[in-house]
Write a protein that binds this ligand. Sequence first.
Ligand code: APR
Ligand code: ZN
Ligand code: ZN
Length: 361
Amino acid sequence: MAQEVRGVIAPGKDEPVRIETVVVPDPGPGEAVVRVQACGVCHTDLHYKQGGIGDDFPFLLGHEAAGVVESVGDGVTDVEPGDFVVLNWRAVCGKCRACLRGRPWYCFDTHNAKQRMTLTDGTELSPALGIGAFAEKTLVAAGQCTKVDPAVAPQVAGLLGCGVMAGIGAAINTGNVGRGDSVAVIGCGGVGDAAVAGSRLAGAAKIIAVDIDDRKLETARSMGATHTVNSRETDPVEAIRELTGGFGADVVIEAVGRPETYRQAFYARDLAGTVVLVGVPTPEMKLELPLLDVFGRGGSLKSSWYGDCLPSRDFPMLIDLHLQGRLDLGAFVTETIQLDEVEQAFERMHRGDVLRSVVVL
Ligand code: APR
Ligand code: ZN
Ligand code: ZN
């Protein structure tokens, strides 16, 4: 039987979010209903609210979540009621060209749940990134659920569903940071800090954090940065070269998404280094580079989507590392909040006051 729960809705472009009653249908074949326990507030939710990701209003926000499977539909065998799961927004198909070529994170046939949740008047809701987890319960595809060790707190586990995975994965999966490497991370918000933590995990010898905000640099240090550069005061490319014996970093991770920081990342790498682009630019942004520099610098330039993660491989592994005390995922949770505080959390995020606010249900 369909159930009625409370959820956070973005009703229209730039309108404040509000709590509405959401109708969650029973899971169909291949689907699961999850009782959400925690869901982080991510920039992407704000972009939905601002109309930056299409105008499919009303949106049911929230996509960085963990919870307990309540019920499953026909044919679901990987998870069962009672399982503690982290949700992912990319349930890979396992059959398309990308999946078969061993790059499932580029899957172009992701099997997220169909949009079947509604308001009580029947209005169809668009769940953010196919999840919609600022709600007491949500309907997802079973493949969006990854079972993890229930010993971890839900507000910590949920972070892996998006930003923290994007950052750690940028370092360990896309950038392939190795023992002894020098790494520079440009932009130390939640994603950049996770890249710092991932680089430390991978055994990087030097981790240079770059930001324009001293508060962010301080946090980056606690996550494992060995050096910090305030790029408002110091040219970051020069500083990174100086700190790496004049060569540039083996891996530079850009986690801002602006032309000037893309340029800095391009020039701050060692000639044979790797640039990993995580920051998402807007459609009108452009960057002009001398072709001779593009040709003359070797190494590689990679973009990283969702940290090139494979949830079934990476979520349980990172949670194990956290439980062993080798990765402090709890450090990313600045505050826990209630479902009706999401609007204020967006404001704090906009001011740069928090790494992550996490709604706990
Ligand atoms: N140079 C260096 N740092 C900058 C600059 C700049 N020109 N401009 C902003 N920053 C810093 C901010 O001070 C902040 O610490 O970049 C950081 C951005 O962090 P957040 O706003 O918290 O964003 P985050 O969630 O970390 O995401 C960063 O990654 O996945 C993408 O879409 C996401 O593009 C976004 C990026
Ligand atoms: Zn696929
Ligand atoms: Zn997100």
